[in-house]
Design a protein around this ligand. Structure first.
Ligand code: HEC
Length: 175
């Protein structure tokens, strides 16, 4: 690389810049993976806080079940009671509960099969699967915005969009 950079002329200057840019990009992307520990699925329970795959499966199923009750409760708050102040803390819990950082470690590679409704495509299409949690987070943020604006109509709409986000992932990745 050094020899490229000391050669005179336009081409070498270009090459030198390109090499420097590539190095810079390399640094940026390795930093990104440090901030993004689940860019690839955990290959075993060892890299997670779970004792084994079974524990991870049970934990994620329980967490999804809790999120379903929260969603039902939110429908009651927003649609039936029209009480946005009750909804606010529940939306925050839902957002934290199903964040990508929380959920992805529970999807240890190959943890489908008996006792789980997860489809193996999760690990074949990891980036696409992950983006489902990002989409959900975006939709919950939109709902939060509607609630903080005290906009009941937008909140009801936001809630149904959140529900669609859940279903859209289930269609592709849950039996
Ligand atoms: C990015 C994908 C994804 C998103 C988003 C998602 N889910 Fe799921 N969900 C799954 C997968 C995969 C399973 C199957 C887990 C298993 O059995 O191992 C599941 C399972 C469930 C279950 C069954 C749990 C059990 O006891 O077996 C419920 C209930 C559920 N999800 C509710 C929700 C709700 C409510 C939302 C939205 C607020 C949601 N999910 C968003 C992927 C997703």
């Amino acid at each position: 690389m050094r020899s490229l950079c000391i050669l005179p002329g336009h081409i070498s200057l270009f090459a030198c810049t390109a090499v420097a840019a590539a190095l810079l990009l390399g640094t940026v992307s390795s930093q990104a993976s440090e901030n993004d520990p689940w860019a690839s699925p955990p290959s075993s329970a060892e890299s997670t806080s779970f004792a084994d795959q079974r524990e991870a499966v049970i934990w994620r199923q329980n967490t999804f079940d809790e999120s379903k009750s929260l969603l039902r409760q939110l429908r009651f708050d927003i649609v039936n009671q029209r009480d946005l102040s009750a909804a606010e803390p529940r939306i925050e819990s839902l957002r934290q509960m199903l964040s990508a950082d929380k959920m992805l470690p529970a999807f240890i590679e190959g943890s489908h099969g008996s006792g789980s409704d997860a489809r193996p495509e999760i690990w074949e299409e990891w980036d696409r699967y992950r983006s489902g949690f990002d989409q959900l987070d975006t939709d919950i943020a939109t709902l939060q915005e509607a609630v903080s604006n005290e906009d009941l109509r937008a909140a009801a709409k936001g809630l149904s969009v959140v529900g669609e986000s859940c279903k859209s992932c289930h269609r592709g990745y849950r039996y």
